[in-house]
Design a protein around this ligand. Structure first.
Ligand code: SF4
Length: 114
């Protein structure tokens, strides 16, 4: 063991380096996910699952009703807990893997973001 004196600057530099390295996988995953979503084919309203869940590209055309305490007019894909990413008109959705849904759309699986 060494008897080196405690150096707070060294500790801060090491803590910053560890935090930066730990953040890389999350940043890469977020960027990859958003880029990936932009390349996805758009979900068709005629897709059997989309049809069963009454998905519409325009939520105004969907049979929305008050759900989880949220007024029907305030329910959109962009504020659904299953939407992926925070920007873009077309984004991935956990309910429709491999397809992009319209941020202004809606389906019966809608739930508010947690
Ligand atoms: S689950 Fe949510 S984000 Fe996905 S299509 Fe339905 S309302 Fe839109």
């Amino acid at each position: 063991m060494t008897d080196r004196p405690h150096d707070p600057r060294r500790r801060r530099v090491l803590a910053t380096a560890v935090a930066a390295v730990a953040a890389v996988p999350f940043a890469n995953g977020l960027l990859a996910r958003q880029g990936w979503a932009a390349d996805l084919p758009h979900l068709s309203e005629d897709d059997p699952t989309a049809s069963a869940l009454k998905y519409r590209h325009d939520a105004a055309d969907a049979p929305r009703s008050k759900k989880s305490g949220v007024a029907a007019g305030d329910q959109y894909c962009h504020n659904c807990r299953f939407i992926q990413g925070d920007s873009g008109q077309w984004r991935g959705c956990d309910i429709f893997p491999g397809k992009a849904v319209n941020a202004d759309g809606w389906c019966t699986s809608w739930l508010p973001k947690a």
